[in-house]
Design a protein around this ligand. Structure first.
Ligand SMILES: *[C@@H]1O[C@H](CO)[C@@H](O)[C@H](O)[C@H]1NC(C)=O
Ligand SMILES: *[C@@H]1O[C@H](CO)[C@@H](O)[C@H](O)[C@H]1NC(C)=O
Ligand SMILES: *[C@@H]1O[C@H](CO)[C@@H](O)[C@H](O)[C@H]1NC(C)=O
Length: 221
């Protein structure tokens, strides 16, 4: 017989819009809002500690991704801008302006060798992306990453700038804006490839990161 717990679990899966998502306040630079996460997707088991520091400036969002407990530093050296670097190890953010569960959002990723992936995703089902609009000149756009590896310290860090204009926030107008974001990391080694461990700030209920009702709430204060 179905227990109440099973029934409630089934209900939660069927109505992801009711997901209880985390909230972050992000100050103007040089102050920072900080999140750390250590839960896998979708099972919420232990995952290597991952940190994200955010602040906003006049023209861009500054994001520092820090991967702790990293032992693989695994990437494909033949991959370049906008190649599927997410098959290997990356840190990622999905970003949309506004408060609703987004249908369109920026997907930004960086690999340990500093290669980036950047595209707007069109995902009208909010759970299964339909189309991908690549940003093909990220450096001209002001979308950049600077990556440092500390192999003895088992850490890699990428400092990223994301232009506010991509979200129609004019110069100096970011204070008070509201956002939906999620942050992710993939972990895989040569011996486990292509099976990845996935981690998230707000873990979705399935193997895909693209379930927008799970994006956290973010406010620029
Ligand atoms: C995961 O993070 C939580 C909250 O920051 C912390 O209490 C917990 O000890 C961490 N777990 C591990 C295994 O590091
Ligand atoms: C890197 O990607 C290329 C192109 O998909 C593939 O042929 C190659 O085997 C990959 N290398 C590694 C180390 O996985
Ligand atoms: C990484 O790429 C950026 C552009 O996105 C560049 O400015 C930087 O010098 C590159 N190298 C490192 C080590 O971060």
């Amino acid at each position: 017989m179905r227990s109440i717990a099973t029934f409630l679990f089934g209900l939660a899966i069927a109505t992801p819009a009711l997901a209880n998502v985390p909230y972050l306040e992000v100050p103007a630079c040089p102050d920072k809002g900080t999140i750390t996460y250590n839960q896998s997707v979708p099972d919420k088991t232990d995952f290597p500690k991952t940190q994200v520091d955010l602040c906003y400036g006049d023209k861009s969002i500054s994001i520092t991704f820090t991967a702790y407990e990293e032992t693989n530093f695994y990437y494909n050296s033949s991959y370049t801008t906008n190649d599927p670097i997410y098959e290997y190890e990356v840190m990622e953010t999905f970003i949309a302006r506004g408060t609703n569960d987004p249908q369109t959002y920026l997907e930004f990723e960086v690999a340990p060798n500093n290669v980036t992936f950047q595209a707007f995703i069109f995902n009208p089902s909010k759970s299964s992306p339909l189309d991908t609009a690549y940003l093909t000149t990220p450096l001209d756009d002001g979308l950049s990453a600077t990556t440092t590896l500390d192999k003895p310290g088992q850490t890699w860090t990428s400092k990223v700038e994301v232009p506010l204009g991509l979200f129609n926030v004019d110069e100096g107008q970011a204070k008070g804006t509201e956002w939906r974001m999620n942050f992710f990391r993939t972990v895989v080694s040569p011996s486990t490839f292509p099976e990845q461990e996935l981690g998230a700030w707000s873990p979705p209920d399935g193997d895909s990161f693209h379930v927008t009702p799970f994006f956290g709430d973010v406010r620029f204060v």
